[in-house]
Design a protein around this ligand. Sequence first.
Ligand SMILES: NC(=O)c1ccc[n+]([C@@H]2O[C@H](COP(=O)([O-])OP(=O)(O)OC[C@H]3O[C@@H](n4cnc5c(N)ncnc54)[C@H](O)[C@@H]3O)[C@@H](O)[C@H]2O)c1
Length: 305
Amino acid sequence: MTDPLHRTVDRFRGEPPGTIGVVGAGTMGRGIAEVLIRHGYTAFLYDSSTASLRVGMESIARAIARGVEKGRLTSEERETALARLQPTSELAALIGADLVIEAVTEQFDIKATVLREIERHCRPDVVLATNTSAISITRLAAVTRRPELVVGIHFFNPVPIMKLVEIVPGLQTDPEVVETARRLVVSLGKTPVRVSDHPGFVSNRLLMPMINEAIYCLMEGVADAQAVDTVMKLGMNHPMGPLELADLIGLDVCLDIMRALFDGFKDSKYRPCPLLERMVSAGWLGRKTGRGFYEYPAASPNDKS
Ligand SMILES: NC(=O)c1ccc[n+]([C@@H]2O[C@H](COP(=O)([O-])OP(=O)(O)OC[C@H]3O[C@@H](n4cnc5c(N)ncnc54)[C@H](O)[C@@H]3O)[C@@H](O)[C@H]2O)c1
């Protein structure tokens, strides 16, 4: 195997683990970077917002310190893990990465620009993974020069806790790249589930319409937020109610996903609830801004500057 693609794939088969770039230091990017360094990977964390990068780095350091307090890792392991993490405001710093995971805002145009930029700054054989929740992998891959190296690796929030990762090949993704993604996910102690490239994959095709419907219940006065959540927790045994979960995910992310489902299926059953649209317009994005369906006085917002 001598071509660049196979050299990349081979690197993942050997030890020590490779170097991974994470683009976007928001809710997901910081969680992904934390899990990577805890599992021995060297990670570069990039964000176009220096404030978001700083908040992301602080949150990773706090999470790893909590691990020491809870006896899950030693102080020495904490130092070693943090030494593997390199924050950067320059995409060019990702030149050594074998694989880059983009976790930027869930909008096609933003992701397309970011993927092209990553391609411009990284090695030609880099595997490009996207953490998109609902956008077509094939469509994202098509904006790059090497669609065969693009794959969906869809982590769940909070990344350090959630076991599931959806692996989503696009139409042109090389099977060896899919295998690379699968191995990476397994090496992080998570369970990969392969799904095909349809809007929202499996997870958000099921979850997001439920959350959207819960918001309609609230908007139409069927019940207040706590009652909606209590019904789903006590009646359906969900660990969190849909509105609490929407606050955790981020209402902007929920709206972007509903729009991707609506655009993807062209079916009115996926129309975003007007109350969700209004709350996002108001900047009530959930936990990250301190207010969503509930209030979070101690929130540390992802600064968007
Ligand atoms: N929040 C969730 O529960 C969740 C779960 C699974 C997947 N996702 C997906 O993960 C991705 C990120 O979501 P999030 O919740 O972390 O969003 P977020 O809003 O918390 O973070 C997005 C980050 O992207 C950065 N960004 C925006 N444009 C950029 C650019 N051009 N270059 C570099 N960085 C840029 C922002 O500064 C911000 O830090 C989305 O695709 C989302 O659908 C989210």
